[in-house]
Structures are given as C-alpha cells and as structure tokens.
Design a protein around this ligand. Structure first.
Ligand code: ADP
Ligand code: ADP
Ligand code: ZN
Ligand code: ZN
Length: 790
C-alpha cells in the first residue's frame, strides 16, 4: 500500500488565501494548528485585520449560521470577510482587553463563576440566618451602567442571568447593583417657584408647555404655591404618584408623578441616542449612591448575614483572592463530606488560577468595569483555563499589556498551557519575551496602512530574528541608560497616600522632567498616579479608556479636525458649514449620519448594519456634489491621516488649522488611521495616542500616560521616546506608567513600587535615575532592566 499524502486541505493548518480585509494585500498563508503563532508588525500593518477581522470573524460568522433562522434574526449579520478562501477553521474565542463593564452587576466573582461556588458553599455550610428581608421605602428610578440606561423592567430580564438574583439572595432595594441612582431633585425644578410660574429645568418642560399643564391642572396639589410649601402628601403625589386618570380641559389624561414620568420618557433611553442638551441634563440630574439597604454588598439580608466560622459571603468576596484561597484550603481540610469536598476542590482550583495568572491581589467583589484592560483580559482567560473544550482557536490581543517583565513569564506559561490542552493559540504581540516562546511567527508590513498589509515573514522565531524585517532587526535590541538626566524645576509632593493598597506613601514627583512609574501589576502604580496626586494641580490624564460620546464620533469629530474642514468646504462652495456635519441637515436621513443602522435588541448587544440608503457614506447625495479640491466630504472621511495631511496642505484645498491637528496625529504614530473610522473600532493604544494628539499643542501642565507603548512595535518605541522628550522640552511634566525597558531606561526619574502586588505592594521601593536603579537596586524592576542594558 502507498502511504497517504496529506490532502490538499490539510487539516493541520488554518489555510488563508487571498485575504484583503482593510489594508491586507491579498495575502496567503498557512497557520499551524495546536501551536502558538505570534503575529508581529508595526501598528496599522494589518495584524488585527488578519487575526480578528478575517480568521476570528469568519469562524464566528460560520458558527452563527449554524443557529436556527429564528435565533439568527437576533444576531448581528456579520459580513463575510474579504478573503478568497479559508480552510481548517475551528471555533474561535477572542480573549481581548475590552473591559467587561456592560453590566453593572458583574464583578470579578460573577464573571468567573467563583460567586456561584461560594453561594452553594454558604447555602450548604452556613448557619441559618436570623431576621427577615429588610423593608424598603419607595423605589427610586434605577439606571444601569453610566451611559446605557435601561428601564428597571428590562434590567430584571437581564437579572435572570445574573447570579445575585438566581439565588434569591439579591438585595431588593438596588436589585443587586450595589448602588441606586438617585435623581437630584434640585436639577429638576426650582422649589421656590410654583407650577404656574414654570419651575422645571427639565428639557421639554418649559412654562406653558403641555407637560407642565398636566401637573398644574392635576388637582393633586396647588399650582400657585411654591413647591417648597407642599405638604408631604402633595410632594409625594407630585413626585411619585402612580398613573391615575384625570380630566384636563375636558380631555381624559393620565397623570403620573414626575420621577416615573421622566424615568420613562428620558432616563430609560439610550444615552447616546439623546439630543446633546437632554444628555447633558441626564448627566447632571442622575447621581449614583451606594445602596443604603445592603451598603453596596448587593446581597439580600439573609444572604448578608449567614456565616461560616463567623464570616459572611460579603466578607469573603471583599478579601484579597490570595487570602480567600487560604481560607478555602482551611475548609477543605475540615470538610471531607461527599457534597462539599468536590465543591471546595473546584473552588480552590479556580482561586489558584487567579493566583497563577497574577491576579491574586484582586477581590471577587471588585466591579469588573473597574479592571484595567490587561486585568480584564486575564480574568477572561481564567474562564478558559478551566474549560473542558479543546481544539479551539484562542485569539489574544497583546496579552502582556499591564504586565511587568516579571509577570510576563507567568503569562507565557498560561499561553503554552492553553496550547498544550490541544488548542490553536494566535497572539498579536510586540514584546520580545512573548515572541520568543512562539512555535511559529507571522510578520506583516513593511509599514502601516497602505504601506503595509503584506506578508514579510512566516516561519520559526529563530528565522524571524535573523530576517531582514523591521521586527527581526529590533528583536534583540538592547537599551541604553540615559546618562544626562534633566534637572527638575520643582516637585509635586504626595504625602500619606493611602488609596487602595498604598501604604501611607510619601513621594516627590519632580516637575519639568520625564518620570516613569514602574512595578509589577497590582503594585499600586495607578492608585498612586490616578488617585493620589494633590487635588489642586491641573493634571491631564491620557489613558486607554473608552471615549464617551455618540456613536457617530470618529477621529475627525473627536479631535475637532472636522470643524475647520467643514468651514473650508462651506466657503469654497458658498453654502452653510452645517451641511457637512453628519449630525445635521446634510446627513443621510435614514441612518442620521451614522453610516450604519443600529438595532436595539433590548437584552442583547446592539447590532449595527451598514446603511443601504447612503452605502455607509453618511451624507445626502446632494452634499457629496460639493468638493474641496478633488474630494467631497465623504472622500475626506475615508482618508488616512497621512492622505488628509497631503490633501489639506495642497494648493486649492489647503486648510492650515486642519493640517496642524493632522500633523499632531501623525506625530503620535497614527498616520495610517482612517479619520472617519468609527471610534468604537479603535484599539486601546490607538485611543490613547489619539487623546495624546489633542494635547500636543498645549504648553506646560502635567501629563499622565498609562502604558503609552501599548500597540507599538519595538521599532516605534523610539519615536514615542522622541515625542515624550519633545513634550518635556516644551515645558510639560510627563508622568508615565510603563513596563517597557526602553522607556524605563529613558526616564529622568524612576519611581518603583512594590515589592509585590496587592497587600504585598503599595510601597516605594526605589526612587532615582535609571543608572542608579541598575547599579544599586534589588527590586524586580532592577533585575529585569539589568538584563536589557548593553
Ligand atoms: P494592526 O492590528 O497591525 O495595528 P489593523 O489591522 O488594525 O493593524 O489596521 C490595518 C489598517 O486597516 C490600518 O490602516 C487601519 O486604519 C485600517 N482599519 C482597521 N480597522 C478599520 C475599520 N474598521 N475601518 C476602516 N479601516 C480600518
Ligand atoms: P497597578 O497600577 O500597579 O497595576 P493598581 O493601583 O491598579 O496597581 O492596584 C493596586 C491595588 O489596588 C490592587 O490590590 C488593586 O486590586 C486595588 N485596586 C485598584 N483599583 C481599585 C478599585 N477601583 N477598587 C478597589 N480596589 C482597587
Ligand atoms: Zn442594595
Ligand atoms: Zn445612511
């Protein structure tokens, strides 16, 4: 018999042929299965377009197609990625850094199921509670996450899936959210005025209007007396009365108290969909306060009060996970019964994976929305480590973000463990320490945007190292310690800082220089920089967080770039500037200038599909007849920063104010970015650099950056350092949280926190120049920097 040769569609590779998503130039490659493949290349070279936009997207689309058409009706209709052929895909699971903040009830404990184990544990072992459920007064309107607002009814739907409610252990007052939204009455009306005088400061409640008339004529309270003089009963009817039939001017109407009324008409709406003045009203009027009933523990009274060895479930979820793990080990030794023992074993294994992954310093009650991007990604990873699934394609986006070189070794072990369970692991990464462990490497480039999208290298890491690619040339690059450090012009004194884990920290941050804050994840860097700076100094924080704003926002609107461009279009064509704004009369009437149609699915994520009317171009056809130079406004929004810079500096279409902003965007390394790309498609690193671009023109002040090397190729870190130098030389104080050795080495001043994470951290373990750190210090940072100098 002849041996079988591998079939053409060999099942041991993911076969990609002719990938053209975004900037990809029809690339073809084979990715080995059950191996760890790293994707490298400068920011904007096309790594995400290949890994997320093509491979993972197609896998998810095909899985969606296997559902019944009924369920598919509820799911995003994903477009097929632009690729000729894809073979050998398996189920793709994306483990990204998007923060898990969508649901306010979610905590570290709920998203990893640790709370489910704890509840079973407490219901099995805890002593019975004393007392009944607490009474609660009227139900104030509830608003969920800051941003998206939902009616309580809708939220209860969601609640079916959340653990605080499943056990009936959920606090009835706040419905398991830990906080209640309180409407600030002072923002609703002026109580010194009567209804006849038009006391309301709510949008659409102007004096003489229909809404006000219903109140004034309801008969439940006097309309000519100041609201402040209402009796308790009258005030209650005014604010909270349930829907009641009344007759006004002979017309049958329904009267309802002010709070439920605005709850329905304003507060329950998607914040982004509100008109700007209504949104501003909501932001002013709605405040979150800790729930007075459960004091923020989210639990009903009986769940709050049952105890094991004197401690309640709320106590243990507030502990640092390392301490909880020790407590659970103690229980395991004492409870060997057949029901409890397996439960304790599973819980112990789950908790130990937190410790292994470097998150032992967290507590289970930590709202998942407060985790950093890197912490969110690692928390998601915990779910998969314990998973019984194999032959899955796991896709990671820079898993080392937020990790000190010391923590990277642990992360590497976890990536390898996922691979060794029989999974295909795809990692987009820039850090040499993680590139080094890959079985296979794919390098894209040579540069970003239209200058990228080509395969530069595929093969093993040794080959990448030896290759003449940008990545290969930088992989073994050493760092040089700064010899001439700048002299400070003063100091920012922090005294007795005790935010989170900080232990009464006294430290001086020098002014007028570049300070780099270092330390392992969880050591207290963010707590120091974001929570402890003196209140009277003006600090600009440039972080990777989501940018609040409407769905129509994009880099052009966010940076203010569109303003001068619209004016120039208007002037050149003798029409109004507003025509060129995608939220005004020039906008496509169907999608209202979004270019896509959003479908709200209530309990599921909102789905967007391209607008068929304008084909995603956002404007009315007539508006697109107007040109500035060679381009219309939709063409402009499709330009990259580089292309736009060229266009707006060319005679006939020059717009100096726009060119200035575009130059700043180019300087921060975003030359490849499409200026009209929806803000929601930007990565954390891109958002941060975009924010930075808007501050490039400022003089003086204190600028705080959180891991600005995120998303940057080794070759671009040098440009970032030049940029930071320019900011300092222009008179700014620049404070940077960083793990990248080249940035540490370039600091004028280093502040190293540690020695460990959580309760083992929170102290300043070194202050001084990089040269001093390498020469003298014994901290983890010193050890790791030493290895890179030379
Ligand atoms: P990388 O992951 O290597 O940083 P990307 O795949 O994100 O690169 O980007 C490659 C190119 O595609 C860039 O020019 C980028 O601006 C563009 N791009 C990425 N996403 C979108 C999008 N949603 N719409 C338009 N252009 C995009
Ligand atoms: P780093 O920035 O060095 O990673 P952080 O300042 O984020 O460290 O965290 C230091 C400690 O403070 C950790 O134990 C962390 O869990 C805790 N912590 C940070 N942010 C919060 C928060 N919003 N609520 C509660 N604890 C927090
Ligand atoms: Zn409560
Ligand atoms: Zn449209």
């Amino acid at each position: 018999a002849t041996p079988r040769s591998a079939p053409a569609d060999a099942h041991d590779v993911i076969r990609v042929r002719g990938a053209r998503e975004n900037n990809l130039r029809g690339i073809s490659l084979d990715i080995p299965k059950r191996r760890l493949t790293v994707f490298t290349g400068v920011s904007g070279s096309g790594k995400s377009s290949l890994v997320f936009g093509t491979i993972a997207a197609e896998s998810q689309r095909m899985i969606n197609e296997t559902y019944s058409s009924f369920i598919q009706g509820f799911m995003a209709s994903l477009a097929r990625p632009d690729v000729d052929d894809l073979q050998g895909l398996t189920t793709a699971i994306i483990v990204d850094q998007e923060r898990m903040g969508a649901n306010v009830r979610s905590t570290v404990g709920t998203v990893t199921d640790a709370n489910a184990y704890l509840r079973t544990l407490f219901s099995t072992l805890a002593e019975p509670h004393v007392g009944g459920p607490g009474a609660y007064s009227f139900n104030v309107p509830s608003v969920t996450a800051a941003g998206a607002m939902t009616v309580q009814k809708g939220a209860k739907t969601i609640a079916e899936k959340t653990s605080f409610s499943r056990v009936g252990g959920m606090c009835p007052r706040c419905e398991g959210m830990g906080h209640i939204s309180d409407v600030d009455l002072a923002e609703l009306y002026d109580e010194s005025l009567s209804l006849d005088e038009g006391p309301f400061t709510i949008p659409n409640y102007a004096a003489g209007g229909w809404y006000v008339k219903i109140f004034a004529s309801s008969g439940f309270f006097p309309s000519d007396k100041p609201i402040a003089s209402f009796t308790t009963r009258q005030l209650h009817d005014f604010l909270y009365k349930e829907p009641t039939k009344v007759k006004i001017d002979g017309v049958n109407m329904t009267y309802e108290g002010l709070i439920p009324k605005i709850q329905k008409s304003i507060l329950s709406k998607d914040r982004d969909a509100l008109q700007p003045h209504v949104r501003a009203f909501v932001d002013r009027a709605v405040k979150f306060v800790t729930c007075p009933e459960c004091e923020g523990t989210r639990l009903a009274e009986h769940a709050r009060t049952s105890r094991i060895d004197g401690v309640s479930i709320a106590d243990v979820t507030a502990w640092q996970i390392t301490d909880l793990a020790t407590w659970v080990e103690g229980l395991r030794e004492r409870h060997l019964g057949p029901t409890v023992s397996p439960l304790l074993t599973n819980l112990a294994a789950l908790l130990s994976s937190f410790v292994t992954i470097g998150l032992g310093y967290l507590s289970l009650d930590r709202p998942s929305g407060t985790l950093s991007g890197g912490e969110s990604q690692r928390t998601k990873m915990i779910r998969h480590l314990g998973s019984a699934l194999t032959d899955v394609t796991y896709v990671f986006d820079e898993p080392t973000i937020g990790l000190h070189p010391h923590d990277i070794a642990t992360m590497n072990q976890l990536l390898l463990a996922l691979r060794d369970k029989g999974n295909t692991v795809l990692v987009v990464e820039h850090k040499p320490e993680t590139i080094a462990i890959a079985d296979h490497a794919v390098d894209l480039g040579p540069r970003a945007g239209s200058h990228g999208g080509e395969l530069q290298y595929e093969g093993d890491v040794a080959g990448l190292r030896a290759s003449d690619t940008l990545t290969g040339r930088h992989l073994d690059r050493r760092v040089t310690l700064k010899e001439q450090t700048r002299e400070s012009t003063g100091a920012l004194a922090i005294r007795g800082a005790d935010q989170h884990n900080l232990r009464d920290v006294d430290v001086d941050i020098p002014l007028g220089v570049l300070t780099v804050i270092t330390g392992v994840a969880g050591s207290g860097k963010s707590s120091l920089v974001h929570g402890s700076l003196p209140r009277d100094v003006e600090v600009t924080v440039v972080d990777q967080g989501a940018i609040r704003g409407s769905r129509r926002s994009n880099p052009a609107t966010y940076t203010g770039l569109l303003e001068p461009i619209r004016k120039a279009f208007a002037k050149a064509n003798g029409v109004k500037p507003a025509l060129f704004s995608n939220n005004s009369e020039g906008a496509c009437p169907v999608c209202k200038g979004a270019g896509v149609i959003f479908t709200e699915l209530g309990f599921m994520e909102t789905v967007s599909t391209p607008c068929e009317e304008c084909e995603g171009r956002r404007f009315q056809a007539a508006v697109l007849e107007y040109r500035l130079g060679t381009a219309n406004i939709a063409d402009v929004l499709e330009m990259s920063v580089e292309e736009a810079l060229e266009h707006f500096t060319t005679e006939g279409s020059a717009v100096p104010a726009a060119a200035k902003l575009l130059r700043h965007m180019d300087e921060v390394g975003l030359g490849y970015l499409t200026i009209g790309q929806p803000m929601t498609t930007l990565s954390g690193g891109e958002r941060q650099r975009l924010k930075l671009a808007t501050h490039m023109g400022d003089t003086g002040g204190i600028l705080v950056l959180d891991e600005p090397t995120t998303g940057l190729h080794l070759a671009d870190v040098g440009n970032l350092l030049t940029l930071l130098d320019r900011l300092v030389d222009s008179g700014k104080t620049v404070i940077v949280i960083e793990h990248h050795q080249a940035v540490m080495a370039h600091a004028d001043h280093l502040i190293d926190l540690g020695p460990g994470a959580g309760v083992d951290g929170g102290q300043v373990v070194f202050e001084g120049t990089p040269a001093q750190l390498v020469a003298e210090a014994s901290s983890l940072t010193a050890t790791h920097l030493r290895q890179y100098v030379g």
